[in-house]
Design a protein around this ligand. Structure first.
Ligand SMILES: Cc1cc2nc3c(=O)[nH]c(=O)nc-3n(C[C@H](O)[C@H](O)[C@H](O)COP(=O)(O)O)c2cc1C
Length: 432
């Protein structure tokens, strides 16, 4: 009998997930755009035996760079570099189905999988901002439904491209002069509503066959997409009961799609703030919150909500806003709900959001953080967590050196890398 253990992904972001991270002592904003910064983070995560690293991405200069680090490396490029400095940890990159082509991404992830010897993962996003549309000549933003329709066909094409070579297609017989067995390399001849793709891919099947697929939308359409295609799901959940509901709903959709519930892992985001005492951890969060520029918070909120927040008083009540039908449905609903439940002012919402943009923030000692992770994991609110350190590298090393050993002592997390691919680390077949 194998014991169920949790999976831990390190969500890396610039100087950290707290919006004022770059102003905090212990971060080095001047190093953020160096590969050595990320190599350091990857090594910390790999030493702690984490499953994977993850890089988010948007294809526009989003947010207000006046107040925060918004420039970022193209993530597949960066992960290719990290692949050569690591040997076990998974490497997950975001890429958009709206602003790319299936052939381009199938090839890029197949390359990353080969470069990393089977450690590539793709976080499939559909991109919901106008600023991204503006960089690709898209004048009329596609609707939420249209984005997921495109994602569906996109995925179908990518899977076919990844499978367009048989495993034994390369013969490389020097004696006969036959390099490849053409009966094992087939065009896909996809003709659909959005894409016409002949194939085959110009790369053999990669070490995992299909790189790991991650999905991070929590709307009904997002969950349906995940149930069909994802191996893991990132989600923003801030309390156990709704997290359990999301977990059960998603697993139900997975089984409705003829897959087994264990084939799709649910990984809520969690930003740990660890102190030697609980009070010390709270002081650290207060210290970080005091560094937020209110203008930046208003800008961020306006962008996420698609509503001009500047017209509201900072210390006035948070306005009643309609839930979104476009854009990021799940996040808008979450912000509205928290604001109402806690009676927050606009400034209060900004502080709450600053921690990890609506994800769970766990403030306390390492043992308390481990307790919380255990409760969510054992209570089937999570199969593991997307760890979002508030500051980097310190927040990641605190988690790696204090919380991970605690989880290992409790038998909840691996002490050695065992499997030979990212899929394997996630408890899935090593290769599909
Ligand atoms: C942990 C996490 C990471 C995400 N990373 C990205 C990202 O890098 N780029 C992006 O465009 N959207 C990202 N998203 C947003 C979702 O992929 C999705 O587009 C969004 O939630 C809207 O979809 P929905 O309406 O189905 O919820 C992320 C969401 C979560 C929970």
């Amino acid at each position: 009998v194998t014991v169920r253990q949790m999976h831990l992904n390190a969500f890396l972001m610039a100087n950290g997930h707290h919006e004022a991270a770059w102003r905090s002592p212990g971060t080095s904003p001047e190093n953020q755009l160096t590969v050595s910064h990320y190599i350091e983070l990857a090594r910390i995560a790999e030493a702690a035996k984490l499953d994977s690293l993850f890089l988010a991405d948007v294809v526009a200069l989003l947010g207000d760079i006046r107040f925060n680090a918004q420039a970022a490396f193209e993530p597949i490029t960066l992960l290719s570099a990290l692949a050569t400095h690591t040997s076990h940890i998974g490497l997950i990159s975001t890429a958009s189905t709206n602003y790319s082509e299936p052939f381009t991404l199938a090839r890029a992830f197949s390359s990353l999988d080969r470069i990393s010897h089977g450690r590539a993962g793709w976080n499939v996003v559909t991109s919901c901002s106008q600023q991204e549309a503006d960089n690709f000549g898209v004048t009329a933003m596609p609707t939420h439904a249209e984005r997921y329709q495109r994602a569906e066909e996109f995925m179908e094409v990518v899977l076919q491209l990844w499978d367009s070579w048989g495993d034994d297609a390369l013969v490389m017989d020097r004696d006969t002069g036959v390099y490849a067995d053409l009966s094992r390399i087939k065009p896909i001849d996809h003709v659909g509503e959005q894409f016409h793709v002949a194939g085959p891919l110009n790369l053999p099947r990669s070490p995992q066959g299909r790189p790991l697929v991650v999905q991070a939308g929590s709307s009904a359409a997002g969950m349906d997409f995940a149930a069909r295609h994802a191996d893991a799901v990132f989600t923003a959940q801030r309390e156990l009961a709704p997290a359990q509901e999301f977990y059960a709903d998603l697993k139900a959709k997975v089984t409705e799609n003829g897959r087994s519930a264990e084939e799709v892992l649910v990984l809520p985001g969690m930003s740990p703030i660890i102190g030697r005492t609980e009070a010390e951890a709270h002081d650290e969060l207060d210290r970080l919150n005091a560094l937020i520029a209110p203008d930046y918070g208003l800008e961020q909120l306006s962008r996420i909500l698609g509503h001009d927040m500047w017209q509201h008083e900072l210390d006035g009540p948070f306005p009643e806003l309609p839930n979104a039908t476009e854009g990021n449905q799940s996040r808008v609903a979450l912000i509205n709900q928290v604001a109402r439940e806690r009676g927050l002012t606009v400034r209060g919402v900004i502080s709450w959001m600053a921690g990890a943009r609506g994800h769970l923030v766990a403030v306390g000692t390492a043992a308390q953080v481990a307790d919380l992770l255990e409760e969510w994991f054992v209570g089937r609110g999570a199969d593991g967590f997307n760890i979002m350190p508030s500051i980097l590298p310190g927040g990641l090393s605190d988690f790696a050196e204090e919380v991970v050993p605690e989880l290992q002592r409790r038998g909840l997390f691996r002490t050695e890398y065992e499997a030979g691919s990212l899929r394997g680390l996630y408890g899935l077949p090593t290769r599909v």
